[in-house]
Design a protein around this ligand. Structure first.
Ligand code: 3HC
Length: 286
């Protein structure tokens, strides 16, 4: 089976830019689409800054960075993804937005055998698949943050996804140097189904005054060797994203442990979204 050489990515936020960075470094021809020219420029800056950081830390040479940047192109028009063999949608974790983007992509991408992958973390894949004219070629491909660092990708076939699509996407994950695991189309898949109740429990612990956020985090970092504690990790993921994931999981399972705690809702309402807004459980500069 032909390997993917022309990749499209829709959305250049935290996840989309990370996927673009990894794919460009793997030598793929990567075209990134964003909704507006401002969003395109922000995405380009995010990716370039990450490459520059890699150079400063000795992860790649200046030549490798420049070479990787030649593999990247940007557009604010989905029509520019017409010739792509695989497109990953990495827009906001919102069912309506994702459905609209995938429908538009379905029309824009010319090859009917091309794969549309969604990076959703919690929306049922089948709902997104049947919204398109190619439910056999739509699959969940869930990356982890920061994408250049985390080696895992979850593959989530919907009931409609063909075996050929699963195999081609698995081969594509290997091209990116990622380890793929497969999960059924159940909200949260493997990792978030285990991780999210833990993160929400940490918020409830802070809310009830059992311990200070710093002590909750240190408990898990020094007691269990986690690279970061749960509240710091929530700041990295984004509190709005975490709330959206929890809501989808609660809708599916109706288990109280998935319900977003009041403190999380209030912080999101206040715009305290974590690193990306400069303030969450901690404050961030720059
Ligand atoms: N891009 C590229 N490389 C990065 C990076 C980025 N954005 N952020 C960190 N790195 C690299 C650094 O270059 C460094 O590499 P080196 O050790 O070879 O020099 C290494 O990662 C460690 O980075 P730092 O020294 O800057 O910082 P830390 O040691 O504190 O590590 C961390 C930062 C990698 C974020 C680490 O704390 C970590 O792995 N945390 C857990 C993250 C996690 O659990 N992610 C999953 C979230 S769940 C998810 O994404 C699913 C979604 O649906 C919610």
């Amino acid at each position: 089976m032909n390997s993917v050489t022309r990749l499209g990515i829709v959305g250049c936020g935290l996840m989309g830019s990370g996927i673009a960075e990894v794919a460009a470094r793997s030598g793929l021809d990567v075209r990134v689409a964003e909704a507006t020219t401002d969003a395109v420029e922000a995405g380009r800056r995010r990716i370039t800054a990450s490459f520059d950081r890699g150079v400063r830390r000795g992860k790649l040479t200046e030549e490798e960075r420049d070479e990787a940047l030649t593999h990247l192109s940007f557009s604010h028009d989905l029509a520019d993804l017409a010739d792509r063999q695989l497109v990953i949608e990495a827009v906001a974790e919102n069912r309506d937005i994702k459905t609209d983007v995938l429908r538009a992509l379905d029309k824009a991408v010319e090859d009917p055998a091309a794969i549309l992958a969604t990076n959703t973390s919690s929306i049922p894949i089948v709902d997104l698949a049947v919204a398109t004219e190619r439910p056999g070629q739509l699959i969940g491909m869930h990356f982890f943050n920061p994408v250049p660092v985390q080696r895992l990708v979850e593959l989530i076939p919907a009931l409609t996804t063909t075996q050929e699509t699963v195999q081609r996407t698995r081969d594509f994950a290997a091209q990116l140097g990622k380890h793929a695991i497969q999960a059924a189309d159940r909200s949260g898949f493997v990792v978030n189904a285990l991780l999210v109740p833990y993160l929400l429990s940490a918020v409830r612990m802070a809310e009830s005054g059992t311990a200070h956020p710093e002590d909750i985090d240190k408990g898990m970092e020094l007691g269990c060797a986690h690279p970061m504690g749960p509240l710091r990790l929530l700041d990295l993921i984004g509190l709005d994203t975490a709330q959206a994931i929890a809501e989808s999981m609660y809708e599916e399972y109706k288990e109280p442990l998935y319900a977003p705690p009041t403190l999380l809702r209030r912080m999101v309402a206040a715009g305290h979204l974590g690193r990306k807004s400069g303030r969450g459980f901690y404050t961030y500069e720059g």
